[in-house]
Design a protein around this ligand. Structure first.
Ligand SMILES: Cc1cc2nc3c(=O)[nH]c(=O)nc-3n(C[C@H](O)[C@H](O)[C@H](O)COP(=O)(O)OP(=O)(O)OC[C@H]3O[C@@H](n4cnc5c(N)ncnc54)[C@H](O)[C@@H]3O)c2cc1C
Length: 504
């Protein structure tokens, strides 16, 4: 009796959960789902700062044709059938996808000629000049090692210091290749070639395992999630204990128990924690004990670049389809003076058809606002005017509904969009450092930590599944260790926490 009492006196509290996941974007939810799938009795809680799940997938209700309300995407949107992690997960959850509309011609207007050109091209067809440019870029990939630590190679340093725009200039690429890569960066990364480092571009490309030709036609050859991309997070969260409006501000480890404290004043205790939030946000959380200095510096540096605005306009009819157009336009203003002269406070407009799975016509696009404080109404008028001009139809000026979202550093809980890196932001041990578990109990998910399709929704799924596997693997290693198993026996008998510490 005396022995039992003394055990009670010194017994450490049992954590409420096995795993706390911070962040209910696709990655955090995929991690929690995977943990429960592999070990149904595991106790998992997901903490989300916002009042909704989905993070950078953001599907909003808009008024559409025939007076119905439909969800359209202001965040992550397109999938590719080769992205097997997300494709399999959607199939498992019974979430339908449908093909991107891509029939007809696309329209461009670029300086210096500023000629409106209609190109009757099928997705994935390239001129000979483009093909040779693409081969030269792909040849650079042979020297990029995404999986391991980057070697201390002069080439990495050079690419790390060079923007994509400068690199394309140095390589003397044709204007048509430059234009299509600019379009890719805007539609895939919410970023521009002036903003992204060549090293990040090559690393991101390498992580897709795809030919650049496939990437350049990924949107027209892509698929979309019925009901909007946020449907994936909504569906995942159905079977998971998610606590909304719980913003993690402190992660403390003491006596092998992780305590996550939220701004709202709640505390969640667990054996392990998976951080599934953008790196720059993770750098704002207080860790006790602190994260290794090198890791902290990297998290702080991984600041997403670019401040593109994504917009959706819904219409009564798909007038572009009737004119045998895909709805894809690409426009670049001449330069700042050109913009002033034309009174167009925006540049680099890219649009695509985003008609819903239920056939509500709509166009989606990106643009760069050229005057920072332009009111939304003026920007909206400018973007719709450009679309009307390039699509050759005034109907573009009169959408039923229009919504836009600026993914810049002011967005709480993301502080940016697709998460690309500028020059000088990638240390040599980037990949290993980013993903390595910390302080024995902290695991890292989030698309930025993915080894496949980093920065994409698929990367978010892959990273979440990998972090879940790491957590399970660590507990299995402990259980398989006969000495540790023996040591855990009295712990479990008397309700003590059994340590699985494996600090790195
Ligand atoms: C405009 C835009 C267009 C894109 N287009 C595409 C596309 O076409 N195809 C594609 O594959 N990808 C696209 N992406 C990228 C894709 O959306 C992201 O890669 C993916 O959604 C990231 O998921 P995640 O779970 O890693 O991060 P997030 O979605 O950022 O999830 C992190 C979650 O953590 C929460 N959080 C943050 N801080 C805290 C805290 N302290 N406590 C608790 N919770 C916190 C956030 O609120 C968020 O819900 C696009 C992104 C943007 C912005």
């Amino acid at each position: 009796m005396l022995i039992l009492l003394s055990y009670r006196t010194y017994a450490l509290p049992t954590p409420e959960y096995d795993v706390t996941v911070v962040g209910a974007g696709i990655s955090g939810l995929a991690a929690a789902y995977e943990l429960k799938k592999k070990q149904p009795d595991i106790r998992v809680v997901v903490l989300e700062a916002r009042d909704r799940v989905g993070g950078r997938t953001y599907s909003v209700n808009m008024r559409a044709a025939n007076q119905i309300i439909e969800r359209f995407d202001l965040g992550g949107q397109w999938l590719h059938s080769s992205q097997w992690q997300i494709v399999n997960l959607l199939a498992e959850l019974g979430v339908p996808t449908f093909p991107q509309y891509a029939a007809g011609s696309r329209v461009t207007q670029f300086p210096p000629s500023n000629k409106i050109t209609q190109i009757d091209s099928r997705p994935g067809t390239f001129t000979q000049i483009q093909q040779s440019d693409i081969q030269r870029i792909e040849a650079l990939l042979a020297d990029v090692d995404f999986e391991g630590a980057l070697t201390n190679d002069a080439r990495y340093d050079l690419w790390n210091r060079t923007t994509v725009s400068a690199a394309m200039n140095n390589m003397n690429l044709s204007q048509e290749t430059v234009d299509s890569i600019d379009g890719l960066l805007a539609s895939h990364f919410d970023s521009s070639s002036q903003d992204m480092s060549m090293l990040f571009f090559l690393m991101a490309l390498k992580s897709t395992g795809m030919r650049l030709t496939v990437m350049l036609s990924a949107v027209p050859n892509g698929r979309r999630i019925a009901g909007g991309s946020q449907t994936l997070a909504d569906r995942l969260s159905n079977s998971i204990d998610v606590r909304l409006e719980q913003e993690a501000v402190r992660v403390a480890i003491e006596s092998n128990i992780v305590t996550v404290t939220t701004r709202q004043g709640r505390q969640f205790t667990s054996k392990k924690v998976i951080m599934a939030i953008p790196p720059v946000i993770a750098s704002e959380i207080i860790f006790s004990p602190p994260l290794p200095q090198e890791k902290m510096a990297l998290l702080r540096d991984l600041r997403p670049r670019g401040d593109d605005i994504k917009f959706v306009a819904t219409y009564q009819s798909a007038f572009w389809r009737a004119a045998n157009m895909t709805g894809n336009v690409q426009y670049r203003a001449d330069d700042k003076r050109g913009i002033q002269a034309n009174y167009e406070p925006i540049s680099d407009v890219v649009t695509f058809d985003t008609t819903s799975a239920f056939n509500s016509p709509a166009l989606v696009g990106y643009y760069i606002p050229s005057r920072e404080y332009e009111p939304e109404e003026a920007r909206k008028r400018a973007v719709l005017n450009i679309m009307a001009r390039l699509l050759g139809n005034d109907m573009a000026r009169n959408p039923i509904d229009y919504r836009e979202m600026r993914w810049d550093s002011s967005v709480p809980f993301n502080k940016g969009g697709a998460g690309t890196l500028g020059t000088g932001q990638v240390p040599h041990n980037y990949a290993a450092l980013l993903r390595a578990p910390s302080n024995g109990h902290i695991f890292w998910a989030g698309t930025e930590t993915a080894t496949e399709w980093t920065s994409y929704m698929n990367g978010a799924v892959q990273a979440g599944q990998r972090a879940a596997a790491e957590v399970l693997q660590q507990s299995q290693t402990v259980n398989a260790d006969p000495i540790k198993a023996l040591l855990t026996l009295p712990c479990s008998l008397f309700g003590l926490l059994c340590s699985t510490s494996n600090a790195s």
